[in-house]
Design a protein around this ligand. Structure first.
Ligand code: AHN
Ligand code: ZN
Length: 328
């Protein structure tokens, strides 16, 4: 005989057993549509080699022989990975009154997709070493300042050619970022003397009605133990992108590089992309709390050569970007 107490007990058992199977069903149901996305592995040796190659041309100062040869190499390099390469040329005048034709070098992946992300770096190097104690009037190699961001982006281009991300991507290498007027300049003060290539592109994108959901600028992303913070303009214009990138980096174990702390404004290419082109864009740029400028210790000196480049830093930035881009 099953009395009332027993029947309650049995009822509880049935309910409990039903409950215990439920979470399994739930996790199955939730995990099914989330097919695991394979994120490619960034090759830091390859990125390092691309930095070395740029530096081997010498200082990439606008109109110089090294600059011309490097532009040819960059265009050819991108053409290995996509047929959609544009070299955007435009007349420009620098603070010293010289006239030049700048070249922005642009590689597009899946150019017909409307869901796009833009990646930026500058490919020129500074014409003077105004923060050095010697040979201040000579141009610098800019392995970190210029070369590192470009090296990472070329490696990403190689990755995109192997496995196409779901979204469209444009890699845009700006010219004449670093021809800014130095503090001790004998010339009359010129407004907006830095970032000439990005100013031009932001006012004249390479395609009519160009649109990107957001942008990521890389600047000085190659030095040993570099740290990156939440730079003011990035925070002001694109705080959700900052959070997205810094969180991905932390989850990958790169929390030593990507620090959740605010830092002061840097007038860099992203400022013009944000204010002129209206694309919310962050700047991943080294912040060194130990220097007076808060830039890399070899910033705008002749020591910004290959000794200033560390593969681990290139890897932290490159792998983080792959994670961001392949989960979009
Ligand atoms: C200024 O010093 C005004 N801007 C820093 C941007 C920069 C120079 N990035 C690399 N070189
Ligand atoms: Zn610079």
């Amino acid at each position: 005989m099953i009395d009332f107490k027993h029947s309650i007990f049995i009822l509880c058992l049935i309910v409990l057993s039903a409950c215990s199977t439920e979470p399994q069903q739930k996790t199955k149901a939730v995990s099914k549509p989330k097919a695991k996305i394979e994120i490619p592995t960034f090759n830091a040796d390859s990125a390092y080699f691309y930095v070395e190659k740029q530096v081997s041309f010498g200082p990439r100062v606008i109109s110089s022989k090294a600059w011309k040869n490097c532009a040819i190499w960059l265009e050819k390099k991108f053409l290995q990975y996509t047929p959609n390469v544009i070299v955007q040329e435009a007349p420009t005048t620098t603070y010293d009154g010289k006239h030049h034709t700048l070249k922005n070098i642009i590689a597009s992946f899946s150019p017909k997709k409307n869901n796009r992300i833009a990646l930026f770096a500058h490919w020129d190097s500074r014409h003077i070493a105004d923060h050095d104690t010697e040979n201040q009037n000579n141009p610098i190699l800019g392995a970190n300042d210029g070369g590192s961001g470009v090296g990472v982006l070329i490696e990403l281009a190689r990755q995109f050619s192997i496995k196409n991300p779901k979204i469209g991507i444009d890699i845009i290498l700006f010219d004449a970022e670093d021809y800014g007027q130095p503090e001790n300049s004998k010339y009359p003060i010129m407004q907006d003397s830095w970032c000439l290539g990005s100013q031009y592109w932001s006012n004249n994108p390479h395609k009519a009605n160009y649109f990107a959901r957001y942008g990521i600028l890389l600047d000085m992303v190659g030095a040993k133990d570099a740290t990156f913070r939440h730079e003011y303009f990035s925070r002001y214009f694109a705080s959700t992108i900052l959070q997205k990138v810094w969180r991905k980096a932390s989850r990958l174990g790169f929390g030593n590089y990507f620090i959740f702390e605010n830092s002061n404004q840097v007038l860099d290419d992203h400022y013009y992309v944000n204010t002129l082109a209206g694309i919310p864009t962050i700047d991943i740029i080294e912040y060194d709390p130990a220097t007076e400028t808060n830039f890399n210790q070899h910033w705008h000196t002749h020591k910004d050569d290959m000794n200033n480049i560390d593969k681990n830093t290139l890897n932290a930035v490159g792998q983080t970007l792959l994670e961001v881009l392949y989960t979009e």
